[in-house]
Design a protein around this ligand. Sequence first.
Ligand code: TXA
Ligand code: MG
Length: 338
Amino acid sequence: MQTLKIDALTDFEGAVSRAAGLIKDGGVVALPTETVYGLAASALDDSAIKKVFIAKGRPQDNPLIVHISDEKMLGLVAEDIPECLSALAKKFWPGPLTVILKKKAGYICDSVSAGLDTVAVRMPDNEIALEIIRRAGVPIAAPSANISGYPSPTSAKHVFDDLDGKIDAIVMGDDCRVGVESTVVSLCSTPSILRPGAVTAEQLREFLPDIAVDKAVLSQLNEGERVASPGMKYKHYSPLTEVVLVEGSGDAYRDFVNAKDDGVAVCFSEDEGIIIPKMIYGSAKDELSLAHNIFDTLRRLDNCGFGVAYVHAPSKEGVGLAVYNRLIRAAAFKVVSL
Ligand code: TXA
Ligand code: MG
């Protein structure tokens, strides 16, 4: 299949109307959001949704997030909406917060929610994405626009590298501002964070004081253990290069990596005295910078030919928790604590 490149930076109007038209006609189109690029299809079109799963190589039982452009659409896809949502939406939408709600029967396809009776919903904070949803006039299902298991795409080039020839079009916008996927919060039972993101646990506690962080965010589940979010059981975010997550102070990390005779140190701008090759992924004091760069850094590893990457672990505070969550999966839970 020929993948059309649609440039939204030089021609916003033309790009959004072209992309919305393709989606209305059953196409699958990658587009930018503030978090990562998504692979969009109409949530009402079963055959388009199947194409999304096939292009990504995504397991059938892993449901997709439904993207909406206004709260009217919310009422079409979900029901029994808890009262707390209006305050959350007022504060965080449009933005990187996904909520799991009870699915309204008979509207979005079962394949979107992988047969569950719940649905994940978010309103992205990106004018290109919002305008495409408005013009398509339907909620849009969109997983991250990467090959399943590989680091998520934060630039149009990443999408092109993974999906050229497998999808109808790529809407090319700016690199993603946030760089990690949305925070996923279940509101179906006791509120809990299923996936951390740029909307932090600390911020959510202002609205949901008892919100829990699901066990699977930081630890590996046992074989057969029940998961609240199907995505958590799959291998994720992994470059081909082996990743080891290294927790410790600057001095301990420096001594650890300098004792290695191979590999690359993926470290903070503050890390000094490192004599093996290094790649800086941001500042330890600025978790947003780490989130912004992490997936691009993981992807670049595979072009460099290092056998192994020793990544200096961020703090688990604030947005650091989201970065840590992606890295521990990229490392297949190989963690060295110094
Ligand atoms: O920032 C984002 O959320 C991006 C952009 C494109 O919007 N999308 C994204 O989609 O990250 P995806 O498919 O890569 O991740 C969706 C996650 C998966 O872990 C999935 O299992 C979970 O959300 N999920 C979706 N529907 C769910 C449901 N009904 N119950 C529990 N988890 C659900
Ligand atoms: Mg994904």
